[in-house]
Design a binder for this molecule. Structure first.
Ligand code: UTP
Length: 448
């Protein structure tokens, strides 16, 4: 993009100030600024601006939210689901989607969150555990399982390097597809793009919901179709307990002919910060925990259980064709009021002490409203969910490592191995993905 083209586009959209320091910029800064302007989707920018003036705000949702049906698979139903899921996996119909473009600000780690070292014994990274589980599935079902990894523009290079430095953790690099999500400019309350340096626009990733547009923009749907992938398992980078492409979950989704399926877990306490799947007016919807009222959080059923018992830790299965259709639509936008570094009229960088601008994000669960079939599956949190969100306290590396250890100890105990208290335990997913694998490695275990 040339200076003239950038100027024309920016001025047409009321953003001419972006080039106000042009004369003072070095050649490299000018090039970088033009490259940033080139990435701006001015149609989407207009939607962001409309949100600020209230015009684009989502209209109040109609209908009283009710709790959806949640499957608790047991016995024959569980067996049927596992068989159906294993059939899909063995047929090569399943791909894995990881969203890893977040900024991990609560953890405060300098690098992509997936490179955070979580292994209690080996110090292996979050990416290691995810990739090794996919390798284990590839070996178990004797078919490649493509791994689509979404990063932001900011953490793309570091993410790819982490995989390269670790030889892709044993995966075939051809089956690991990295793609970048969109980045959006931050805006002042009156809709002006914020510069955080005289030659740089403040940009932030467009949220996990940005995945749908990014899959399309990066040709990932074509890649999936060429590979025969019909079903996608979706998860977040910070949960090393996740059971990737759990056959029971894939199977339930397939048997129910769903377009969007969710794993749900009983809330730890009524106010736990998990999204709540609800049904209203015939559609599924997610209510963010910040939007749950006290009454909703504490409502009880006749048997004493919470009425809104289950929360979503963002473990989903999607129908590929459904996501492709969604990619043709504009997803709702969500605003976050933040302290955004900016420049004053002289070009000096200012660090605000109060929120001064807005970031815009799309949320993946907004696609729920369009899904024709939705299946919800309850799971045991101890086995599958312990995210690394904060540096300390709840949902921190310490709690996650303790939960990993407890899970591995339970698996070892099931295989007849007792490990003395206090001895750290770690199991490479390729050695044993689950208790079933451990039991079949009995000889090796007896020798250790
Ligand atoms: P979180 O909401 O936990 O955000 O993301 P985060 O960025 O990792 O951490 P904080 O809030 O700054 O502390 C949930 C999942 O969605 C991904 C994250 O990488 C994580 O796997 N995500 C989030 C994206 O891929 N892109 C985004 O723009 C936002």
């Amino acid at each position: 993009m040339t200076y003239e083209q950038a100027k024309a586009a920016l001025e047409k959209n009321g953003q001419g100030h972006v080039l106000q320091f042009w004369k003072k910029l070095s050649a490299a800064e000018r090039k970088a600024l033009l490259a940033q302007v080139e990435t701006i989707d001015f149609k989407e920018l207009a939607r962001c601006k409309a949100m600020l003036s209230g015009e684009g705000a989502a209209s109040a949702k109609k209908g009283k939210p009710t709790a959806p049906k949640v499957h608790e698979l047991k016995g024959a139903a569980l067996k049927r689901a596992i068989e159906a899921g294993e059939k899909e996996l063995a047929a090569g119909h399943v791909g894995v989607l990881l969203v890893a473009g977040g900024q991990g600000s609560r953890l405060g780690f300098d690098g992509p969150k997936g490179a955070y070292l979580i292994g209690p014994v080996t110090g292996a990274s979050l990416f290691y555990f995810h990739a090794r589980k996919i390798l284990a599935l590839t070996l178990r079902y004797k078919t490649p399982i493509p791994f689509y990894v979404m990063t932001s523009a900011a953490n793309y290079a570091a993410t790819v390097s982490h995989f390269e430095e670790n030889d892709y953790f044993g995966l075939d690099p051809a089956d690991v597809i990295f793609f970048k999500q969109g980045m959006w400019p931050g805006m002042t309350p009156d809709g002006k793009i914020i510069l955080d340096a005289p030659g740089r626009i403040f940009m932030s990733p467009d949220g996990h919901g940005g995945m749908i547009a990014a899959l399309k923009a990066n040709g990932c749907f074509d890649n999936m179709r060429a590979r025969g992938v019909k079903t996608l398992f979706y998860f977040q980078v910070d949960n090393p307990l996740v059971e990737i492409a759990d056959p029971a979950f894939i199977g339930l989704h397939t048997l129910e002919k769903s377009q969007y399926s969710l794993k749900l877990t009983a809330k730890r306490e009524p106010t736990e910060g998990l999204g709540m799947v609800v049904k209203r007016d015939g559609h599924f919807d997610m209510i963010e925990y910040t939007e749950m009222t006290d009454e909703m959080n504490n409502r009880r059923r006749a048997d004493g259980e919470l009425y809104f018992k289950y929360g979503s830790p963002a473990i989903h299965v999607f129908d590929r064709a459904f996501l492709e259709k969604e990619a043709a639509k504009a997803m709702p936008l969500h605003l976050a009021h933040k302290k955004i570094p900016c420049v004053d009229a002289s070009g000096k960088v200012v660090k605000p002490t109060e929120p001064n601008g807005y970031k815009f994000e799309k949320f993946i669960f907004d696609a729920l409203a369009d899904a024709k079939g939705v299946s919800c599956l309850a799971f045991d949190r101890r086995e599958e969910f312990s995210p690394v969100k904060n540096a300390e306290g709840k949902d921190s590396p310490a709690t996650c490592q303790a939960d990993l250890q407890a899970k591995w100890r339970r698996q070892l105990a099931e295989a007849g191995v007792t490990v003395a208290e206090g001895v750290p335990v770690e199991i490479d997913p390729v050695y044993a993905l689950d208790a079933r694998d451990l039991a079949s490695t009995g000889l090796l275990l007896q020798g250790c």
